[in-house]
Write a protein that binds this ligand. Structure first.
Ligand SMILES: C[S@@+](CC[C@H](N)C(=O)[O-])C[C@H]1O[C@@H](n2cnc3c(N)ncnc32)[C@H](O)[C@@H]1O
Length: 380
């Protein structure tokens, strides 16, 4: 069987979770870099990786890698790659590009050169001059990093964080890849009872169901969110063969949740309200105060609904204008009996993705509000 080199791309910080997922699928890891897990596999691996990797963003098929400090080198090396083994005669093949710390830094030119090289290669193979490109799409990327070019074909279409059930989403749904990473951090097993008390459109709950957790609860203070979550679950159940013991969604302000359920939960995995999407620098202090109050009230309630030895995996906002502003409530939580856990061993070793208090920080480049994932248990 053919062995392909595949690259699972991930949000910075969750590399080792994806690495573990790839290993669990049975494939050999070649390399782990910032935001990338390189592994090898056959055609089936491409399909299985796309279906089963929960924490990755995309699966790219590597076509070639070579040094490129000038356009001639880029053109010649790219042209000599076996494109026609991958691209059918009618393929449409848009080329995107990026360049970091490289001589060839004008990305549009690199894209055009690569496009020309591939067309010239295909002309030789298919003995024709013009390609209509009216067939299936093969998205090609040329990525230059320190004068090394990597050519890939994207095998994931819209991306793994946009799986089919997301017809209904609230304003700012969590990336499914991060939701899955949080479930891993909770060290779940299938019989645990899980709740997301800020469930929004249910991303965390659906990731939990897909991973195999059978008892799933969600609540939110917003009526529409509960309807969306319910509808997303209906979709999931119609379109998959997952089986659940319990899936219950109810409306509740988190600050009163213990009055609205008698259930005890083993896992609370949640992305609370994190403030408005855009915020001005001068409003940060006020926002931090508001959110601190909400989080403290939520944790007060969590004490009543979490079972003994229960665990919380929760996202905190981090405002990162000039320096990192964390919610200043860890001491208060500690006094209330909440102990933080620092077992991020399923996560990356990259120091720059861990915050100064050793939690996972994840972010997209140029984002001002970062997110921090913390783990707690109650011990008083
Ligand atoms: C960041 S969103 C969660 C998004 C969710 N993870 C998803 O992917 O769809 C926060 C959610 O918290 C809800 N919320 C805000 N304040 C709340 C409160 N006091 N009690 C319960 N839910 C609240 C909002 O309605 C919103 O759906």
């Amino acid at each position: 069987m053919d062995k392909y080199e595949l690259i699972a791309t991930t949000t910075f910080g969750v590399e080792s979770i994806v690495k573990q997922e790839v290993k669990d699928l049975g494939y050999d890891i070649k390399e782990v870099k910032n935001g990338k897990i390189v592994f090898t596999g056959d055609e089936k691996a491409i399909c299985r990786a796309n279906i089963w990797l929960r924490s990755a963003e995309r699966v790219l098929l590597k076509i070639g890698e070579f040094p490129a400090t000038d356009f001639d080198q880029l053109y010649e090396s790219c042209k000599s790659l076996p494109w026609s083994e991958y691209l059918p005669e009618d393929a449409s093949f848009p080329v995107t590009g990026k360049s970091v710390k490289s001589e060839l830094h004008h990305v549009p030119s690199c894209q055009s050169i690569v496009k020309k090289a591939i067309v010239d290669n295909m002309q030789n193979k298919y003995k024709k001059k013009w390609f209509d490109e009216d067939g299936p799409e093969y998205k090609i990327e040329v990525a230059l990093l320190k004068d090394e070019a990597t050519l890939t074909i994207d095998t994931s279409g819209w991306g793994l964080h946009k799986r089919g059930y997301r017809d209904l989403t609230t304003k700012a749904p969590l990336q499914e890849t991060i939701a899955a990473a949080m479930i891993y951090l909770s060290r779940w097993d299938k019989d645990r009872i899980l709740i997301d008390p800020f469930c929004g459109s249910g991303t965390i709950l659906i990731s939990a169901a897909l991973l195999g957790i059978k008892n799933i609860y969600g609540s939110d203070k917003d009526k529409k969110s509960i309807i969306y979550t319910q509808n997303n679950f209906n979709w999931l159940i119609r379109n998959s063969n997952i089986s659940l013991n319990k899936a219950k969604f109810f409306r509740s302000d988190v600050r009163k949740i213990s009055q609205n359920t008698n259930q005890k939960f083993n896992l609370i995995v949640t992305e609370p309200y994190l403030g408005p999407l855009k915020i001005k620098k001068q409003d940060v202090d006020q926002q931090i105060n508001k959110l601190s109050e909400l989080y403290l009230k939520a944790f007060k309630e969590f004490k009543h609904i979490l079972s003994k030895k229960g665990k919380i995996v929760i996202i905190f906002p981090v405002f990162d204008f000039d320096k990192r502003h964390f919610l200043p409530i860890l001491k208060d939580l500690n006094k209330m009996g909440w102990k933080q856990e620092f077992d991020f061993s399923t996560l990356s070793n990259y120091k720059n993705h861990l915050s100064k208090r050793n939690t996972l920080l994840y972010f997209r480049l140029n984002q001002e509000v970062l997110r921090e994932v913390l783990i707690f248990h109650y011990n008083k």
